[in-house]
Design a protein around this ligand. Structure first.
Ligand SMILES: Cc1ncc(C[n+]2csc(CCOP(=O)(O)OP(=O)(O)O)c2C)c(N)n1
Length: 368
């Protein structure tokens, strides 16, 4: 939680700053440091840890294969990969109640969908634009949806979905269903007016929402320090009188811990802002050669790879061997390969279906 102490008084008449009249504000932010706790401290069972590892690997292999399929022109439109950010999606999926809590995110949405238990078949078929896809082939890469899992997209307009996420949180509170909304957006979205308007309302109405800024250091080719006057993005929480915190987005334990804390606050109708510092290894999208960063920077980041980190933990704590983890990798690769075959075989959506599933209300009167 943040704590503020402020002393206010009238400004000095002569225009000079009277030290007695200076307003001081003190704010405390939580910081979740990596390598501080073990999985047992976090209440994670050995099996759950192996499931987390498998899922992170599934996200990685799925996207590597998707990139390949994009190169073969099996996938059209945009393709934004999440590679490097898998600890964030896996952390939140294990901390939330899937199917009861809601998630909304921007266009880099494959990782969170797979972490929430959507199948590689429905996700790959969606990338291929096929009828068995999670959005019946009409959404594509940027618009993964699942009403069952309560994943409300996949949105392409930077910052545009943040008010929608706060609206979903409003619905949870209004319906008193006990759910919370976890709303993800990038560092490039935090300076959009939509974030500020939504954060203000979330705090004013005490809505059950966790605003999560996934700071992967770049918005397309623009580094955070070139776009944000304050590069500690979590400090934006102060302006809206809500708790703010920072977590290591390259460490799945850290993410899990931070999300558990913030989701618990949201369940108590305390909205908050969580910054997770992560990194994307790939370009902004498939058409980005990524010339705005150096090879050295990339190599350094790869040393902090979230999957390698978890692998080292598993082996170091005798929870797995390199060989047993290789078996998991082979299994994941098989699953992803099968999803490509599934997507290839799935038909295109019929043209007549173009007006279906546009509105939740079946008899929406303005659509004939
Ligand atoms: C309102 C709006 N302006 C510009 C764009 C073009 N655009 C697409 S992605 C992007 C960068 C966003 O970066 P960030 O929010 O940090 O997300 P990341 O790609 O890093 O996950 C921009 C400027 C857009 N889609 N919407």
């Amino acid at each position: 939680m943040t704590r503020k102490t402020a002393r206010a008084s009238t400004p000095p008449a002569n225009g000079e700053q009277d030290p007695a009249n200076v307003i001081r504000t003190e704010v405390e932010y939580k910081s979740f440091q990596s390598d501080e706790v073990s999985h047992t401290d976090l209440g994670l069972a050995d099996d759950q840890l192996l499931d987390m590892y498998r899922n992170m690997l599934l996200q990685r292999r799925f996207e590597e294969r998707a990139a390949q399929m994009y190169g073969k022109q099996k996938i059209s439109g945009f393709l934004h990969l999440y590679i490097g950010q898998e600890a964030v999606s896996t952390g939140v999926a294990n901390a939330m109640k899937i199917g009861e809590d809601s998630v909304i995110t921007a266009y880099r949405d494959h990782g969170i969908a797979l972490a929430m238990g959507m199948t590689s078949n429905e996700c790959m078929a969606e990338l291929f634009g096929k009828v068995d896809g999670c959005s019946k082939g009409k959404g594509g890469s940027m618009h993964f949806f699942s009403a069952e899992k309560r994943l409300f997209g996949g949105h392409g307009i930077v910052g545009g979905h943040i008010p929608v996420g706060v609206g979903i949180a409003f619905a949870h509170k209004y319906k008193e269903d006990g759910g919370v909304c976890i709303c993800f957006f990038g560092d490039g979205a935090i300076n959009q007016g939509s974030f500020h308007e939504a954060a203000n309302l979330a705090s004013l109405y005490k809505l059950p929402v966790v605003l999560v800024v996934e700071n992967n250091e770049y918005a397309m080719g623009t580094a955070v320090h070139r776009a944000s006057a304050e590069t500690d993005l979590f400090k934006q929480a102060t302006g809206y009188n809500m708790p703010g915190a920072l977590a290591d987005g390259m460490d799945v334990f850290d993410c899990y811990r931070a999300f558990s804390d913030h989701i618990a606050m949201a369940r108590d109708n305390q909205p908050s802002l969580l910054e997770v510092r992560t990194y994307r290894y790939r370009g902004h999208s498939m058409s980005d050669p990524g010339k705005y960063r150096t090879k050295e920077e990339m190599e350094n980041k790869k040393n902090a790879d979230p999957i390698i980190r978890l692998k080292a933990y598993l082996v170091g704590h005798n929870l797995a061997t390199n060989e047993s983890l290789d078996v998991i990798d082979e299994d994941v690769k098989r699953e992803v390969k099968a999803s490509v075959e599934f997507a290839e075989k799935s038909p295109q959506p019929p043209l007549e279906s173009i007006y279906e599933d546009v509105y939740a209300q079946k008899d929406y009167p303005f659509l004939k």
